[in-house]
Structures are given as C-alpha cells and as structure tokens.
Design a protein around this ligand. Structure first.
Ligand SMILES: [Zn+2]
Length: 87
C-alpha cells in the first residue's frame, strides 16, 4: 500500500466503515510507516480538537494569530502535546 492510499483510507475511516481487508492493510502500513503513523496521530488530534477539546485548549487555539509571541506558541504546543498524549 502506498502512503497516498493509506492517508486516504485514514481520512475516509472518519466517514465510513472500512472493509476488513482495508483495515488490515491499513493497520499493517501504519505499523511500518512512520509518516502515516504521524498523520494518523494528527488526524486524531484534529478530531479531538473539533469535538472534545477542553475550553482551555480551544481558547488557546483561537487566541493564536500571526502576532503570536514565542512564549505563547510554546504554551499552545505544550497544551496540544498533552492533549495528543491523553487521547
Ligand atoms: Zn505511509
């Protein structure tokens, strides 16, 4: 399976039930491929942000703009990292 196919399936898995064969091949690909593993994690984080993120995290994300200070950026990064680890 190519990475392009794997990422497509990972996105589609949000909207439809993958077939048994798709799930199996995808699981194997994600197991051996660092890039797709990272993509999968980011996808999970994105979903978390869109659905169950704490008000604190959402506030931090909304507060971010082009004029974001370095310390604020670090703070948000830390929050996101914690959220990703908890999920
Ligand atoms: Zn891949």
């Amino acid at each position: 399976m190519k990475c392009s196919h794997a990422t497509k399936l990972l996105s589609e898995a949000e909207e439809r039930q993958l077939t048994g064969r798709e799930r199996l091949r995808l699981r194997f690909h994600v197991f051996v491929c660092t890039a797709c593993r990272r993509f999968k994690k980011q996808l999970g984080l994105l979903r978390l942000l869109l659905t169950e993120a704490s008000p604190k995290i959402l506030a931090a994300v909304y507060a971010s703009d082009a004029t974001l200070s370095a310390s604020r950026r670090q703070e948000i990064k830390a929050l996101l990292r914690r959220a990703a680890e908890e999920s």
